[in-house]
Design a protein around this ligand. Structure first.
Ligand code: HEM
Length: 536
């Protein structure tokens, strides 16, 4: 028995060694030492005290492109180099696919969605979803953003009034922002009222299934799970289909969420079919209409449409809530920037009155230069998706804007790679490169975005940032997210003042998204306690 197991293990390792043998190796590229054959630097990276800390250190030591060892001796190319990122995410179209581990993990909680589709299939998803994210459509969502922000504002005022201190109280801003953005996505994406901000919807099955999903599944993965996931790229697709049945807690959590989202989606779609009079303008209704006008081969199947519901819930609410949370965190440390935003709001309101309009429109938000600079700076310093993982579909050459010195002392400005080469794009490092953002790249300085020179090279879909990714697979919801952030930030800065509490140490953890926690109270889960007081 033991010799049988040993034989299987030896054969498997020999197979991996054979798969790892490539035309081009990265052996000459510098990088941190590997900690073990089985885990390489993977666990050390995933369990780093703070998201980004190791990458920032590696980039300082080796330049913006380096190599680490992954599981089972694999070589992984890391890059934050602007030209390399432009090449992988933009110029090459679909030649750099998402890696199997990333796709199959995402499939566990979104099913056959836009996030897991590749190439021609992805184009089909994107074409049908695009109309729901256009500028005209977004304008119809703005009243929902404003209404929800006003409800959140009222909720905070009630909390402050009920609190012990009359001049303010400490609020875990991430928690209530997340509830608000969940209500928003329910309403604008499916015309569905979760009502979680008012506590009515907390018992909702979908809300329950989503609650802490990524903390329970992706934060502090076990060694065996990290190694197990790294073997997925060796497994044939028919075998990967069975991952969703694995009896482990993490896999059951994903499966329960997906099943619940699909069931809820079915109910929503049946209700829409029964009420054809309503003419709904939510994302799923638009998607269904745009699907109907496509010819049969280009249409999304019912299962694929249902999967978009699971996707929009995951991609479209905590992302914006976390990004806003980090902006408020920075503002709580920079009261002078809060005041500058308030001045800008006053000016915009005066213009509004002079025009005779009722409320701020997308253009008014776009004209608030400093407020937008604050949003961009928040997205730059705190990209909630800190890394993106890709794989070369064919042999290729990665161009670099910043040449690197190899172990043998050569200076190279391009790196030849073999088919199958894993590439990790370090978004958080790119967003802090001094060569792009200036010497104060590690510091909070929204004014950098008021200086036109900073945005001269253009990577990514927004403000030269990689926070929403770039190219064909960039975030479809980035305009949605920016408008929602503008509307909510204006409401929350106009009505409240923020201070960072004493004795709190916020750290950034990797739970799928970059997640804030209070170092002294990790057991309390996601935390961003800020002292909030009402502006009289
Ligand atoms: C500040 C908020 C947001 C950030 C930072 C963000 C970031 C990203 C990133 C980095 C990707 C690429 C993921 C990958 O390649 O694996 C992505 C994709 C995506 N995002 Fe966002 N996102 C945000 C908000 C939203 C919102 C509000 C929606 C929808 C309402 C949304 C829907 C999507 C979808 C559907 C995709 C998949 C696109 C595709 O594969 O073609 N996101 N997002």
């Amino acid at each position: 028995m033991i010799s049988g197991t040993a034989l299987c293990l030896v054969t498997f390792i020999a197979y991996i060694a054979w798969r790892n043998a490539r035309r081009y190796t990265l052996k000459d590229i510098r990088g941190p030492p590997s900690h073990s054959f089985w885990l390489g630097s993977e666990k050390v990276h995933q369990n780093a005290k703070q998201v980004g800390d190791l990458e920032f250190q590696w980039a300082r030591e080796y330049g913006p492109t380096w190599m680490t060892k992954g599981c089972l001796g694999e070589e992984i190319l890391w890059t934050a180099d602007p030209r390399a990122l432009q090449y992988v995410f933009h110029t090459s179209g679909y030649r750099f696919s998402k890696r199997t581990t990333a796709i199959e993990t995402t499939r566990l909680f979104t099913g056959e969605s836009i996030l897991t589709a590749d190439s021609v299939d992805h184009q089909r998803h994107r074409k049908i979803m695009n109309p729901a994210f256009g500028a005209a459509q977004l304008r119809t969502f703005l009243p929902v953003f404003r209404r929800s922000a006003a409800r959140l504002s009222q909720k905070w005022k009630d909390m402050i009034q009920l609190g012990e201190k009359s001049d303010g109280c400490t609020i875990n801003v991430n928690e209530t922002l997340s509830r608000m953005t969940l209500d928003v996505i329910g309403e604008v994406a499916f015309d569905y009222r979760f009502g979680v901000l008012d506590d009515n919807g907390v018992d909702n099955d979908l809300v329950q299934a989503f609650n802490n999903l990524f903390i329970d599944t992706l934060l502090y993965q076990s060694s065996w799970d990290i190694i197990f996931r790294s073997t997925w790229r060796f497994l044939p697709q028919p075998v990967l289909k069975y991952l969703k049945y694995l009896p482990y807690r993490e896999y059951r959590r994903f499966a329960t969420y997906l099943q619940t989202a699909i069931q809820t989606g079915r109910t929503i779609i049946n209700e829409k079919a029964a009420d054809t009079e309503k003419g709904s303008k939510d994302i799923i209704s638009i998607l269904i209409q745009s699907n109907l006008v496509e010819d049969a081969r280009a249409q999304l199947s019912e299962r694929e449409i249902l999967s978009q519901i699971a996707t929009l819930l995951v991609a479209g609410h905590d992302t914006t809530a976390s990004s806003l949370t980090w902006v408020l965190y920075e503002l709580s440390k920079h009261p002078e920037d809060q005041r500058r935003i308030r001045d800008e709001i006053k000016e915009a309101r005066a213009n509004l009155e002079a025009r005779g309009d009722d409320d701020l429109l997308p253009n008014d938000f776009n004209n608030m230069d400093f407020t937008n600079a604050v949003i961009k700076e928040g997205l730059r310093l705190h990209p909630i998706v800190p890394t993106l993982i890709r794989e070369a579909d064919s042999d290729d050459v990665i161009p670099l804007s910043q040449p690197i010195e190899t172990k043998s002392g050569k200076i190279v400005n391009e790196i030849p790679i073999s088919k199958g080469q894993g590439i990790t794009a370090s978004i958080c490092t790119y967003n802090r490169l001094q060569s792009v953002w200036g010497e104060d790249a590690d510091e909070w300085n929204p004014s950098r975005f008021l200086d036109d020179g900073r945005e001269k090279s253009s990577l990514g879909v927004f403000a030269n940032l990689m926070t929403f990714s770039a190219g064909l697979r960039s975030c479809i919801g980035w305009r949605f997210a920016v408008l929602e952030m503008q509307a909510v930030l204006v409401e929350l800065v106009e009505n409240f003042e923020y201070r960072f509490p004493k004795d709190v140490e916020i750290i950034r953890l990797n739970a799928g998204l970059m997640t804030p926690m209070d170092e002294g109270k990790m057991h309390e889960g996601i935390q961003m306690p800020l002292e909030v007081s009402v502006i009289a």
